[in-house]
Write a protein that binds this ligand. Structure first.
Ligand code: SF4
Ligand code: SF4
Length: 248
């Protein structure tokens, strides 16, 4: 947790109220507990690249930024990529904006799924929805809010492994009174630690914004806060694991 403090500029964070209000406008506060929990899970999760969701997902939406990035990765023009690989989004309206969908017929795998790898042949340039994976999709947040609990994904082997890791940590914490006390102090007691928890949750939320809305929007929020950039995944993973163990 202490390492998180080093990310903060010497004069402290700037424009905090303004940035929080902007974040509230991007993901409304009733979704926030699920947004934070799913951001932590997204950070902890290591995809097995089994390709199951790439084979079974019906729709893969791509933003114009996704299209640019993938076209660059494939070494083709944006126009060529849009023509060969995408089609108009089946939904219309403000929420969809300029997003399109990858071309694929019902029952077919994603055109970038390669069973020989196995997995995604554009892994480092894949669409934002694939980076957000199962956790930070709009659908999953809606399900969590409706069920008032964090949703799990029995079809995904990586989700199962991650939950086993979290459960193991939870039981170790419960069995070890000393460790439990230390953790409670870390998150609850001292004023300094309470401030650190607030800082962790803010940075976790910012990370979630990066995964959900993309690099550019999150970088803007980070700059307003006076941060050089959105913290890297590794800066948040360790505390994220403890956070998830206390939550699930
Ligand atoms: S089902 Fe899970 S492990 Fe398999 S590719 Fe999808 S996210 Fe990765
Ligand atoms: S783009 Fe890659 S990660 Fe996304 S569905 Fe297709 S194969 Fe899977």
């Amino acid at each position: 947790m202490q390492a998180l403090k080093d990310l903060v500029p010497s004069g402290g964070l700037r424009n905090l109220d303004q940035v929080i209000s902007e974040m509230d406008g991007m993901i409304s506060p009733e979704f926030e507990p699920y947004f934070l929990a799913n951001t932590a899970l997204n950070l902890l999760f290591v995809c097995d690249r089994c390709g199951r969701c790439c084979r079974e997902e019906k729709v893969i939406a791509v933003s114009i930024d996704d299209c640019r990035r993938i076209a660059r990765y494939l070494g083709v023009s944006l126009k060529r990529f849009m023509k060969d690989y995408t089609r108009p989004h089946e939904l219309k309206g403000k929420l969809v904006g300029s997003a399109r969908m990858l071309k694929k017929n019902a029952g077919e795998a994603c055109p970038f799924y390669d069973p020989a790898l196995p997995g995604c042949r554009i892994h480092s340039a894949k669409p934002q929805v694939c980076i957000a994976a199962l956790y930070l999709s709009k659908m999953n947040l809606l399900i969590c809010e409706e069920q008032k609990k964090v949703n799990s994904f029995p079809i995904c082997s990586a989700d199962e492994k991650m939950r086993a890791r979290i459960t193991e940590l939870s039981s170790r914490i419960k069995e070890d009174a000393g460790a439990k006390k230390q953790l409670d102090q870390l998150f609850d007691d001292a004023r300094d630690e309470a401030e650190l928890e607030e800082l962790f949750l803010l940075l976790l939320r910012l990370k979630g914004m990066q995964i959900y809305f993309g690099e550019e929007k999150a970088a803007k929020l980070a700059r307003k806060l006076g941060l050089e950039r959105v913290p890297g995944d590794d800066a948040l993973k360790e505390t994220g694991l403890i956070y998830a163990a206390r939550l699930l």
